[in-house]
Write a protein that binds this ligand. Structure first.
Ligand code: SF4
Length: 290
């Protein structure tokens, strides 16, 4: 069976940077200082567990007073939370991805110029919450589907921004629709990051050329879920898994080729284990006896 692994599968630049900063800090701070991350460092339970084994636990409550140093993850944090932390004199390690910072700065600038902000993304996602917190109060709308377009205040001066992991085609569609309905059109910020675009393009190309597609990553990872949706539309035999233990030999019964891609928060060691499991199934001929 031919096995194709997407070259971009796994940690993106921002996640790699945040995890390395957390590992570095764990070595420097522990055991004398208590180091925590604000929320899970990334949306991957296996990586969160490996940091916990080093004594670095996620917390949600910045008022708990239970830490010496707090690491801000790649999604960033709401503007008001950062202000609170600074005012309390908390030692902060800021691992906000530079692409997310760029989006925060865009919104800040657009808000100061009086724009009403439309953000395309999942309103419950921590990155969206951190970025949109830079908009002026009641001067923004987060949309996640075309039906939400009817809520757009079409007479306003509009600025359009996207979650960094948004589906490129969907963002283009929203831009087109808003330009049709908004009286003065919209200023558009290009905030889908390169890592996301490359991953999506590679995954699409692989899914179009294989019999089975495997997407590896946390079930709570937005970008992994996006990849799985994109691949499933092209190849219905697409399976989203978190670890190699979920690989089912029955998937490969009539398969001549399999593709593997992975979200931005999936570590290399999990991808390698999945690859090994698929190879083992193929070499042992288990697929014929499943
Ligand atoms: S997906 Fe892009 S924006 Fe998000 S953390 Fe990775 S590099 Fe940064």
């Amino acid at each position: 069976m031919k096995i194709i692994v997407a070259p971009s599968a796994g940690f993106c630049f921002g996640v790699k940077r945040a995890v390395n900063m957390a590992l570095d800090a764990a070595d420097k701070c522990r055991p004398l200082e208590k180091l925590n991350t604000l929320g899970p460092i990334i949306h991957n339970p296996q990586v969160v567990k490996s940091l916990e084994e080093k004594g670095v636990f996620p917390i949600d409550d910045v008022d708990c007073g239970c830490f010496d140093t707090l690491l801000i993850r790649s999604h960033g944090v709401k503007a008001e939370v950062m202000e609170t932390l600074k005012s309390k004199g908390v030692k902060i390690i800021d691992a906000t991805c530079p692409f997310v910072k760029k989006a925060q700065n865009y919104i800040n600038e657009a808000a100061l110029k009086g724009y009403f902000i439309i953000m395309v993304g999942d309103k419950n996602h921590p990155e969206v919450q951190s970025v949109i917190s830079f908009a002026a109060k009641d001067r923004f709308l987060v949309i996640n589907n075309l039906a939400d377009l009817e809520k757009v205040p079409v007479s306003e001066k509009l600025a359009l921004i996207s979650q960094t992991t948004q589906d490129v085609d969907f963002y283009k569609l929203v831009i087109d629709e808003i330009n049709k309905i908004a009286k003065g059109g919209a200023v558009v910020f290009d905030t889908i990051c390169d890592a996301t675009m490359i991953k999506q393009e590679e995954s699409k190309a692989i899914a179009s050329n294989v019999d089975v597609m495997i997407v590896v990553g946390g079930y709570n990872s937005a970008n992994t879920n996006k990849l799985q949706n994109i691949c499933k539309e092209i190849q219905p035999n697409t399976y989203h898994i978190e670890t190699e233990s979920e690989v089912n030999p029955e998937w490969f019964l009539n398969a001549k080729s399999v593709g593997i891609t992975a979200g931005a928060s999936t570590p290399d060691w999990i991808i390698e284990r999945v690859l090994k499991k698929v190879r083992d199934i193929d070499e042992a001929g288990l697929k014929r006896f499943a």
